[in-house]
Design a protein. Structure first.
Ligand code: BES
Ligand code: MN
Ligand code: ZN
Length: 486
């Protein structure tokens, strides 16, 4: 979806939208339209739409009303404006119209608010149709352009950053939506290289040889059942001089069969999106580079495929991680922590970050706890918790904090190695986080975000269709804006 800006006197497409605040139909609307909207119980509630047809210029115009809710909606205001834009592109994506004009005349919005409407429109207009070759014409998306007409002053400037963010979110969605025969460690890296080329980021890739030399036995143990070579991808955006960078680390299991502790067949196809953490990191790095964020950030993706095979690791195997700590692999399906622990050790050794935020589709248990509304947050630093919580609220990628502590930590002690990779049945998301914490150096502020319930949606949401949501990109971008760029 392309967003362009036009003045009110430029030629307009057939489909024109007006924004309507709650219970405030614009007085200049055609009397028939006003009465029709009332009859259809259109009140301007956020996300509500109403379609009218008008005779104009010897033809017919399609007039769409989109509700923006109350101007005094407080913290819901931005989400409401996004909803208005999103409702429009959702409604008209396959309408046959190629262009949608949003006429901001008399909307009373600020430039930032108008950009939120455009942002919602853009995000909700994204679909992954690459493999749908038999769509009939009326099933195919027709809408390719949103025209902002008479946008308030400051909209275009605000849109610049928002459009970079939208690119990042869309890139994440693309990586997540692709099947695992298309996106595997090597092709994930190639996609990132292609997409990030020319943006000014620095890319470093470790393969099997380098990771073997570094002693990443935990990550490599997961990878050894797969014919796909594992990769560690590092993307550096140095948009500012900082004493120490901030690190984002993502779980990139491009497919998780469970390994020898194999998962049941039903629903296993979902495990193509077990790289959603890495996808969010890659999309965030793209957004930061495109909007030239004034921050020093290193994004690391631990990329492996978890397969059962004659060469796969066995339950009971003991592996030595890069940190030197040994792990008894009780369950080969608890592979995400094994990938992350080596990625975490490597980023600390290589870049000495002050703060680390990892994102991972780590446990089914977090979905049992939080459903599909919040990501789970685990952190050793109350200040970081507050900042991430605020970034979650502001961005809409919400987080809910969980506890950590020694009583949970001892649940993963092993009789034969330094730790085992699973604890008892209960508290599974917490013991997974405790495992990761054992790899965090003293003095490093660290947060682990378990996003298993958030990267994929079975039904459409406010700014996404069903499928990949792009969760995490807005959250991290917001964190960078308010914490690192402030
Ligand atoms: N990738 C899964 C977690 C997951 C489950 C993500 C469902 C999204 C939806 C992870 O690797 C996993 O298998 N975790 C196990 C851990 C268990 C073996 C301790 C789980 O949650 O069952
Ligand atoms: Mn697993
Ligand atoms: Zn997994």
């Amino acid at each position: 979806m392309k967003v362009v800006f036009r003045t009110a006197d430029a030629p307009q497409p057939r489909l024109i939208a007006r924004l309507v605040a709650q219970d405030a139909l614009p007085a200049d609307l055609d009397a028939v339209v006003r009465e029709g909207a009332g009859a259809a119980r259109f009140t301007g509630k956020a996300g509500q739409t109403h379609e009218a047809f008008l005779a104009a210029d010897g033809g017919v115009k399609r007039l769409a009303l989109a509700g923006t809710g109350r101007a005094d909606a407080g913290s819901d205001r931005t989400a409401n404006l996004e909803k208005a834009g999103a409702a429009l592109t959702a409604k008209y994506l396959t309408s046959g119209e190629a262009a949608l004009a949003i006429d901001f005349t008399g909307s009373g919005l600020t430039g930032t608010e108008a950009a939120s409407v455009l942002f919602g429109a853009r995000l909700r207009g994204w679909r992954h149709d690459v493999y749908r070759t038999k769509l009939t014409d009326d099933q195919k998306p027709s809408l390719t352009e949103v025209i902002a007409v008479a946008a308030p002053e400051g909209t275009a400037a605000a849109w610049e950053a928002e459009s970079a963010l939208a690119e990042g979110i869309e890139f994440t969605r693309e990586l997540v939506a692709e099947p695992a025969n298309v996106i595997y460690p090597e092709s994930f890296v190639e996609r990132c290289k292609a997409r990030l080329a020319g943006t000014g980021v620095e890319i470093l890739v470790l393969g099997l040889k380098e990771m073997t030399d570094l002693g990443m036995g935990a990550l490599l143990g997961v990878a050894q059942g797969s014919v796909r070579e594992p990769k560690l991808l590092a993307i550096r955006w140095k948009g500012a001089e900082a004493a120490q960078p901030t690190a984002f680390v993502g779980k990139g299991v491009t497919f998780d069969t469970g390994g020898i502790s194999i998962k049941p067949a039903a629903g296993m196809e979902d495990m193509k999106w077990d790289m959603g953490g890495a996808g969010a990191v890659a999309g965030t790095m793209l957004a930061l580079a495109l909007r030239k964020a004034k921050a020093d950030v290193i994004g690391v993706c631990g990329l492996v495929e978890n397969m059962p095979d004659g060469n796969a690791q066995r339950p009971g195997d003991v592996v030595t991680s890069m940190s030197g700590q040994t792990v008894e692999v009780i369950n080969t399906d608890a592979e995400g922590r094994l990938v992350l622990c080596d990625a975490l050790t490597w980023v600390q050794k290589e870049y000495a970050p002050k703060t680390i935020i990892d994102l991972a589709t780590l446990t089914g248990a977090i979905i049992v706890s939080l459903g599909n509304e919040y990501g789970g947050m685990f952190t050793n630093d109350d200040g970081l918790a507050a900042k991430l919580d605020a970034a979650g609220k502001a961005s809409g990628d919400k987080l809910w904090r969980f506890p950590l502590g020694p009583a949970y930590d001892k649940l993963i002690d092993s009789p034969i190695a330094d730790m085992k990779n699973v604890g008892p049945r209960y508290g599974g998301s917490i013991t997974a986080a405790q495992f990761l914490q054992r790899y965090i150096d003293k003095g490093v502020a660290w947060a682990h975000l378990d996003i298993a319930g958030m990267v994929w949606a079975d039904k459409p949401g406010q700014t996404w269709d069903k499928g990949a949501t792009g969760y995490g990109v807005r959250l991290l971008d917001q964190y960078v804006r308010t914490v690192l760029e402030a």
